[in-house]
Design a binder for this molecule. Structure first.
Ligand SMILES: Nc1nc2c(ncn2[C@@H]2O[C@H](COP(=O)(O)OP(=O)(O)O)[C@@H](O)[C@H]2O)c(=O)[nH]1
Ligand SMILES: [Mg+2]
Length: 290
């Protein structure tokens, strides 16, 4: 009999959730950034080992929301935690033991599913600190791959008996156009500073995968006219780097060539606007009726 289930990657921003997903799946699916709150929408990564299928959900970081987009990010993170069969609670090894998940996440009641504490980025702590950490959780490093097999073993033991939820060869469930936006955003976090990457998003206007190269036309949005110039950069240098980064990631994922066309527009205050948030794939909050 096969085992399969949903595994949530939960924790504060920047603890290494997206990096761990990528290390587990073996593909760069989820965007990674040293800047906090880069993940806005959950990314699903699959791993099937023999008779066991893991459906990992890389979630936005658990934080106190300050405006509409962050409220949706938190709702998505909490929803992922609620639906999971197993919850991985990630915390950087170097930061010592964390408060329990319910406290850290401000949950009104403890989660239903079992919670495993995962000490991330263990390559950053001296080996003398390991035995102590191992008592309270599983030590991992997305950087070196350490601990991932042990982590999978522990999770597998908690997954219910169930038919596979996806074909055994699949690595992801989301369409290439979703990843096109994510990789453009990843590049924005890499090449833009301060508020600009947070004001940035992208939308795929045209997508043709019957051609070689695959043709993608994306509109890049910022919130202010002044950010438009920053995004484009001197002689178009910045936007060129952003396009190249995203194209490289997409080509690696697809195993084929991609032509990526970009255009910049200003969309004031989109992160606070329910209509625009819906357009960019953020589900309405349960309390919202319009
Ligand atoms: N040294 C080290 N850095 C890591 C590791 N995992 C993630 N990071 C870094 O931590 C930062 C945040 O990672 P990310 O996966 O985006 O965190 P998330 O916000 O929780 O999804 C990035 O700069 C990563 O390169 C790790 O295992 N070791
Ligand atoms: Mg992330």
């Amino acid at each position: 009999m096969t085992h399969a289930g949903h595994v949530a990657l939960a924790g504060k921003p920047n603890v290494g959730k997206s990096s761990l997903l990528n290390a587990i799946v073996g593909e760069h699916l989820a965007l990674v950034s040293p800047k906090a709150q880069a993940t806005r929408l959950p990314v699903v990564g699959l791993r099937t080992d023999g008779e066991t299928q893991f459906v990992f959900h890389d979630l936005p970081g658990l934080l106190e929301p300050a405006y509409a987009m962050q409220e949706r990010m938190r709702a998505l993170a909490l929803d992922g935690v609620r639906r999971a069969d197993v919850i991985l609670y990630l915390h950087p090894a170097a930061e010592g033991p964390p408060p329990d998940l319910a406290t850290a996440a401000g949950l009104t009641e403890p989660p239903r599913a079992p919670v495993l504490l995962v000490h991330t980025k263990c390559d950053q702590v001296p080996s003398a600190a390991r035995p102590g950490l191992e008592q309270s959780g599983i030590i991992t490093s997305a950087e070196t791959g350490e601990g991932i097999d042990r982590l999978l073993e522990r999770v597998a033991a908690l997954l219910p008996e169930r038919e596979f939820l996806y074909p055994a060869d699949d690595l992801g469930t989301q369409p290439l156009r979703f990843f096109a936006v994510e990789f453009l955003r990843e590049a924005a976090f890499e090449h833009l500073e301060e508020e600009v990457p947070y004001s940035f998003t992208a939308e795929i206007e045209e997508f043709r995968d019957s051609t070689d190269p695959v043709y993608i036309r994306a509109i890049l949005f910022v919130e202010r006219e002044s950010q438009k110039g920053i995004l484009i950069g001197k002689g178009g240098a910045t936007i060129k780097k952003i396009g190249q980064h995203a194209r490289g990631r997409l080509e690696a994922l697809l195993g084929g060539r991609v032509y990526l066309d970009t255009q910049v527009k200003v969309l004031p205050r989109w992160r606070k606007d329910a209509t625009q948030l819906r357009r960019f794939g953020f589900p309405d909050l349960p309390t919202e009726t319009t």
